[in-house]
Design a protein around this ligand. Sequence first.
Ligand code: SAH
Length: 398
Amino acid sequence: MKKSIQLKVKSNYAKNIKAGYPLIMEEAVINLKDVNIEGTIIELFDDNHHFLGKGYYGKQNKGRGWVLSQNQQETFDIHFFEKKLKLAIEHRSSLYQDSKTTAFRVFNGEGDGVGGLTLDYYEGYYVISWYSEGIYQFKNEVISALTNIVNVKGLYEKKRFASQGTYMEDDDFILGEKAPEPLLVKENDMNFAVYLNDGAMVGIFLDQRDVRKKIRDSYSNGKNVLNTFSYTGAFSVAAALGGAVKTTSVDLANRSKSKTIEQFSVNAIDFEAQDIIVEDVFHYFKYAVRKNLTFDLVILDPPSFARSKKHTFSAGKDYPDLLVQAISITEKNGVIVASSNCSTFGMTKFKGFIEKAFKQTGGSYAILEEFNLPNDFKTIDEYKEGDYLKVVFIEKKS
Ligand code: SAH
């Protein structure tokens, strides 16, 4: 049995927690200093000693843990995790049965009732991500629960927390059979090569599945496409399969080139007919303007924060500028796909960025479509920040 500690929640935070807000904020707790061991079970009480919820202590950004239950008798044992996992798997049953899609999220943290823990499925293999040392203390329970209820071909883990200030990146393989490298997965019949044992990122961001499908099915045919911050070129693959005349992928990371060639190749697309450029996107925009290059479809999917040699990009501050540059090289009646996974602002503010950018360029626009997280990235109303993804398809009218 893990030790449990009682914590007192400030009155202005108690109401939220009672209403189901799952994140335990650092500033919400009066006697946080009473707990310092990651993984400690904590019971939360209000000023009047009323029980609010029960969870674990774990440092994750500004959070200090997650509420997992509002039942004071709950124990966080194998049975508890089996219950949560079963519900989560049921929620994805149509994806499990879909032969066209073999990679998706199975368990999405607080959206599925356990903050700090995610589980992804790749063609029979599973990848667990631990977002704090606290949740990592439940490793045995979680793994036993998982292997008790589903057939796990092979299991990997990503420790997304720093231990003594260093990022932990050792062998991620836990049990079963090792996956081939690369492992080929499918998404709406597109192929993607993933590497389950190659650092924090496996080669594809599963939360963009619906957007990739939309780009392929409705926005690419006959188009000249620019994909910025392209990583392994997944959006370029979707565009090429959708009939794009040409795709141009731009990413700063050296390895993005071979990775993008590989993604094209596993889809039988001639990569030599595509441009794959290793360069700072902000340099590329200048180059494109100088050379009078324009595009019918421009995809913007920057990280929330990035520092390159000459540039620091922070989505919350610099997205309008990024849009201004994109607008300048987008054809009239062309489309910009603006995406952000930055959790510090929501859709309303993001649309404000779009408005600001078009005001600055003096052009007009129309919003054609909007996307949030797909269904397998389950979120709850009580924790709106959990729905971090914002994708807007914008037509440049003039
Ligand atoms: N759009 C991608 C994911 C982007 S991840 C996809 O759908 O798969 C963010 C990428 O931005 C990383 O590959 C990183 O190398 C790249 N990046 C960060 N700053 C950059 C910059 N200034 N110029 C070009 N690429 C950059």
